[in-house]
Design a binder for this molecule. Structure first.
Ligand SMILES: Cc1ncc(COP(=O)(O)O)c(C=O)c1O
Length: 417
């Protein structure tokens, strides 16, 4: 018999743009006993989680709940539920995850129109607004915080332009929710997809989404209830045409928001089996966010960003991308000429237990990405990462201003305290 060793993951300092370290309170919540999915105690926890999500998404929307699966499941659920085959979908792309939105929209049968910006920059909102007026799409889908390039897209005015043209505005806030302001109602966003494993500091496995009445109206037109859940009268109604099936039913069952909302709402119509331990984790993660307070949490992320950036620049390294639109929770660093970026990352992990990320596509091998998100976003982690990076770069023969990085970061903390 093959005897496998006890599971014993090494302690790590995770400074990537996700997944990041998880608060011990969240890990503890995940170890509690399972409740049945229709136990009133459990449905009470589901309702509380929805209430907390509304606060974090800054919305009065009725619908704010998690889809089971990683953040991509939330993205797919929103797009597959809202896009009818043939719908024009406008996707402004400024990095990998914009391309992902376009790809998923295409798979849903959309006529996708993309606007593209060089990676490292963002769109002026007016550019997107003129695109909306020119193309008159049914849906505009875009990324708020593009982790592949570390840029934050300003969203003001885009929601209003969508309403003018009767388009729905859909935003991927996977990497910003819980770390950077995501003002769903103020910015007139019709559907937002969040992520758990980044600024919320919960393991990957759920994807919180929220959407308003405008979005709900569209997905309800496409609603079909599973045959096996229909009452005898409803089934007869479907057979005799009294309950007609829509022209374009939502193509996915698992990711069908019209059915999911019946599971999360008062009807409690059975859909999938809720991922109990993940729900405990999300509830605790949200409780931590609200205990800290959104404004204080955003300020903590900005302070750690300032210290990290000061340290990187004082060391003599260059930041990648347009500084005016840097994401406060991700720093992209140009890999100095002659330095093997992957060897630096490997040494950081093996010698210091610190993980930083590379990037994708055209930026692979050109930049490192350091995340300061959620529980990982701490003074201790920033100082450790700067000290370790300096030591590893010196080992790789890179020219760095030894000692300057940590001192610059400590100066930021001395002023910002
Ligand atoms: C901006 C953005 N969108 C979407 C995703 C996809 O999320 P997941 O890997 O959780 O499915 C990520 C993950 O890194 C992301 O950063």
């Amino acid at each position: 018999m093959n005897l496998y060793k006890d599971l014993s993951p090494s302690p790590r300092t995770i400074m990537t743009p996700g997944p990041v370290e998880v608060d011990p309170r969240v890990l503890r919540a995940m170890s509690y006993p399972i409740l049945g999915q229709f136990d009133p105690e459990f449905t009470g926890l589901m309702n509380e989680t929805m209430g907390m999500l509304r606060e974090v998404f800054m919305t009065g929307n009725q619908w704010a709940y998690p889809v089971d699966g990683t953040s991509r499941s939330g993205i797919e659920a929103v797009l597959v539920s809202l896009i009818e085959p043939g719908d024009a979908v406008l996707v402004p792309v400024y990095g990998r995850f914009g391309h992902l939105l376009a790809e998923i929209a295409k798979r849903c049968g959309a006529e996708v129109i993309t606007l593209e910006k060089e990676w490292g920059s963002v769109f002026a909102p007016e550019e997107i607004i003129s695109g909306i007026r020119a193309h008159r799409p049914a849906i505009v889908a875009m990324v708020h915080g593009e982790t592949s390039t570390g840029r934050l897209q300003p969203l003001d005015g885009i929601g209003a332009a969508c309403r003018e043209q009767d388009a729905l505005f859909v935003v991927d806030a996977v990497a910003t929710i819980g770390g950077v302001k995501v003002a769903t109602d103020e910015w007139q966003i019709d559907a937002v997809m969040g992520g758990t494993q980044k600024c919320l500091s919960v393991p990957a496995g759920l994807a919180p989404v929220t959407y308003n009445d405008r979005a709900e109206a569209k997905l309800l037109k496409r609603k079909v209830i599973e045959r096996g859940l229909l009452t005898a009268e409803e089934a007869a109604g479907r057979m005799n045409g009294a309950m007609p099936v829509p022209a374009f039913p939502i193509q996915s069952n698992y990711l069908d928001l019209s059915q999911l909302q019946d599971y999360w709402g008062p009807a409690r119509l059975n859909h999938h089996t809720e991922a109990t331990s993940m729900l405990y984790a999300l509830r605790e993660g949200l409780r931590l966010v609200l205990e800290e307070g959104l404004e204080r949490r955003f300020a903590r992320h900005r302070l750690q960003e300032a210290a990290l950036v000061a340290g990187i620049e004082a060391m003599g390294l260059r930041l990648f991308g347009d500084p005016a639109h840097k994401m406060p929770v991700v720093a992209c660093i140009e890999i100095p000429g002659g330095v093997d970026g992957e060897s630096v990352r490997a040494m950081l992990l093996s010698e210091f237990g610190i993980e930083i990320a590379s990037s994708f596509g055209a930026l692979k091998g050109r930049i490192w990405r350091i995340g300061t998100m959620g529980y990982s976003c701490s003074k201790r982690n920033v100082l450790l990462a700067l000290g370790a990076l300096e030591a590893v770069l010196l080992r790789h023969g890179a020219k760095v201003d030894a000692g300057a990085g940590l001192q610059a970061a400590m100066d930021v903390y001395a002023i910002g305290r």
